[in-house]
Design a protein around this ligand. Structure first.
Ligand SMILES: [Zn+2]
Ligand SMILES: [Zn+2]
Length: 254
């Protein structure tokens, strides 16, 4: 089975978007201002998006309004044991963030992953990522099914991982593939999502090799974390393949 990077159609899009940048100078994805090279959001717009701030759930990053001393687990996570140790979103949900993610996913604007990747980098200031940074664990994008990949031509999670990679010095590795498509999950509750996703992922050949040679850990990357079911199923698959530790990062907490 071939991983997404073997015939990486995203590479074509990144190249094409660089060529386009040369012809049409890039503009901020939110306010439309002209940009300096290598960005897709201007600094004020990027800085203005709502960061996830403490206190938040140690498992899934769900924010909590008000004061709380010490750790807490949110209602989403109470009673579940996720296969990842923690998931750390960079942003909380708001209209602009949702709009950017929606355009990245459905409106063929893969270049927005650059700006979102720059913001996702801030999640790595969370000290819990220290072992991943020290051990140079790979970034593993949550994979898309081949059929979805064919219509979208790129995987938004992989584009975010590619943007993140040089900023934190971790390599991107397609260690997972999606073995079957799943219906859209948006209308489902967490329990149904978990059922719906069972067995939807498998390690790639590279994933099995890496798990044998260097099983220390991996960092899963996705655009949005909603109930944590997708990250959980991916983490479960990676743990089963032999990886000892799985952390997760997402651009936004949905
Ligand atoms: Zn702007
Ligand atoms: Zn939680």
């Amino acid at each position: 089975m071939s991983g997404p990077s073997n015939h990486d159609p995203g590479r074509f899009h990144r190249l094409a978007s660089r060529l386009l940048d040369a012809v049409y100078p890039p503009r901020c994805g939110l306010c439309g201002d002209r940009l300096t090279h290598g960005r897709t959001l201007c600094l004020p717009c990027g800085d203005d998006l709502p960061r996830l701030c403490a206190p938040f759930c140690r498992s899934c990053g769900e924010g909590f309004d008000g004061r709380i001393d010490g750790d807490f687990t949110c209602p989403n996570c109470s009673g579940v044991r996720f296969s990842f140790e923690f998931a750390r979103p960079a942003l909380v949900r708001d209209d602009r963030t949702l709009d950017l993610i929606h355009r990245l996913k459905y409106q063929h604007e893969p270049h927005l992953a650059v700006g979102l990747g720059i913001i996702a980098r801030e999640a790595f200031d969370d000290p819990r990522f220290a072992p991943a940074l020290a051990g140079r664990w790979p970034l593993v994008p949550v994979p898309l099914h081949r059929a979805r990949m064919r219509e979208r031509h790129y995987n938004q999670a992989e584009e975010i991982a590619i943007a993140l990679s040089p900023l934190i010095g971790l390599p991107v590795m397609p260690l997972l593939c999606r073995t079957r498509g799943t219906d859209t999950q948006t209308a489902l509750g967490r329990r149904q999502r978990m059922e719906n996703l069972k067995g939807a992922f498998a390690p790639t050949r590279l994933g099995r090799k890496r798990a044998k040679e260097n099983p220390q850990g991996v960092v899963l990357v996705d655009d949005v974390l909603t109930t944590g079911s997708t990250m959980h199923e991916c983490a479960k698959t990676l743990r089963k393949a032999g990886f000892r530790r799985v952390f997760a990062v997402s651009v936004m907490r949905g």
